[in-house]
Ligand binder design. Structure first.
Ligand SMILES: Cc1cc2nc3c(=O)[nH]c(=O)nc-3n(C[C@H](O)[C@H](O)[C@H](O)COP(=O)(O)OP(=O)(O)OC[C@H]3O[C@@H](n4cnc5c(N)ncnc54)[C@H](O)[C@@H]3O)c2cc1C
Length: 399
């Protein structure tokens, strides 16, 4: 029996581990294969930090101990009727893999900027692009825009990038007169439009405290070397532009019959199966799953991890004729990093502020540096944590 997982992010890794747990507990013969082009699980939530190239853990230290095969390739097509995927490896070699159950966990990507000069715009969407930004910051050219950065999008990622950039640019200052300038541009008429009113006053105070200039109701119109033009016609000298606006689910979602939401995510049932093709389950940023009545999951690590665990469990259980588990993630909470101004931790879908400043920052650091990392090398521990009933890893657990 073949269970194929597409994607080596949080959702894919936890799908494979949860399926391996079912296999072990039932003593069944189940071939579990994870297909992803890279060698690593990329810790995407940390890519706004300095030195992003280290934000990864080797997939083989998770998959090998639990007996999951890793095929290093990119899926280029799905044949849903035939139960086949087509994939290409780095050398251009092609292969076809069959499946009886498929977990689609190919994640999401940032929508391209689409303005003149887009090739000069940075992002922190992938480990490669975040590393390019880091390298750019280390080698800023002399000139009036050297320490000026424009961040486009004041959503979750844009806020984290902008607040962190203040410190990252300051590290390259040559003296008190050479101060960083960060400009945050947002098309909506308020910061954090999707975060709601709950944390907004904390966020606005943090932006003020860090001296971040906010330009609402506009975007950038073009980027030339050292110069950024805004849609209101204004221009400023800036050597760094970071685009954070707009995520889209993997294009592979379009190859699965079914309904998709505006982010391109597949609507799934309570067992994370695509109703029109129940042998396919979606997890992570490809899934529009119901988190709680009236609330869909967010494209977030917080949801990708439990989505992966439930999808892997259910794909294996379905193959083995065992009962499936209805998706039930932990209560929603979110923590936005605000750089040197701390962080803001909220709970519930109204995002009621629970803590701010250093207290929330400690929680963010624990989450980013400990809780979201999977255990390595230890099959028993990996499968223990892969249980869909187990939340994120407890703080302080060994990485
Ligand atoms: C800068 C930044 C900050 C963030 N901060 C937070 C945060 O604070 N809290 C939070 O909860 N979330 C945060 N997120 C969101 C979170 O990182 C994502 O929601 C999460 O990574 C989604 O996990 P995933 O496994 O679904 O997809 P991904 O992490 O996107 O992984 C997808 C995997 O699929 C592979 N893949 C893609 N296409 C193919 C293909 N065709 N064939 C084979 N493999 C393929 C990729 O190589 C990768 O291994 C942040 C994201 C970013 C970029």
């Amino acid at each position: 029996m073949d269970l194929l997982v597409i994607g080596g992010g949080f959702a894919g890794v936890w799908s494979a581990a949860a399926a391996a747990k079912v296999r072990k507990e039932t003593g069944s013969k189940l071939d579990i294969t994870l297909i992803a082009p890279g060698d690593d699980l990329v810790i995407r939530p940390r890519l706004y930090e300095a030195d992003p190239a280290r934000m990864r853990v080797p997939l083989n230290r998770i998959l090998e101990p639990i007996g999951v095969r890793h095929v290093k390739a990119t899926v280029t097509g799905l044949d849903v009727a035939g139960g086949l995927v087509t994939a290409a490896d780095r050398d251009g070699g092609r292969q076809r893999l069959g499946y009886e159950r498929l977990v689609l966990a190919a994640g999401s990507r940032l929508r391209p900027a689409g303005v003149p000069g887009a090739e000069r715009i940075h992002d922190v969407d992938t480990i490669e692009s975040a590393a390019r930004l880091d390298e750019h910051l280390r080698g800023l050219p002399e000139g009036p825009g050297r320490l000026t950065a424009v961040v486009v999008g004041a959503g979750f990622t844009g806020l984290e990038v902008a607040t962190e950039l203040v410190g990252r640019l300051a590290a390259h200052s040559t003296g008190p007169a050479d101060r960083p300038r960060v400009v945050l541009v947002e098309l909506a008429d308020e910061v954090g439009p999707d975060l709601g009113a709950g944390p907004r006053s904390v966020i606005v105070s943090a932006l003020e405290r860090l001296g971040i200039e906010v330009r609402l109701g506009q975007s950038i119109a073009s980027v030339e070397p050292g110069l950024v033009s805004f849609t209101d016609g204004d221009q400023i000298a800036a050597d760094t532009v970071v685009w954070t606006a707009g995520m889209q689910a993997s294009p592979l979602t379009a190859e699965v019959p079914g309904r998709r939401d505006r982010l391109g995510r597949l609507y799934v049932n309570e067992h994370l199966q695509v109703p029109e093709a129940p042998e396919i389950l979606a997890a992570g940023d490809t899934a529009a799953a119901v988190a709680e009545p009236g609330q869909l999951v967010l494209q977030s690590c917080q949801h990708a991890i439990p989505l992966g665990k439930f999808a892997g469990h259910n794909a294996a259980a379905d193959l083995l004729g065992l009962p499936l588990a209805p998706f039930a993630p932990a209560p929603y909470a979110t923590c936005v990093d605000l750089g040197a101004a701390g962080a803001v931790l909220t709970s519930g879908w109204e995002r009621t502020v629970q803590s701010t400043g250093e207290v929330a920052k400690k929680r963010k650091i624990t989450t980013n540096r400990e809780r979201i990392y999977p255990p390595l090398d230890d099959a028993e521990e990996i499968m223990r944590v892969a249980d869909y009933r187990v939340g994120v890893r407890p703080p302080g657990a060994r990485i």
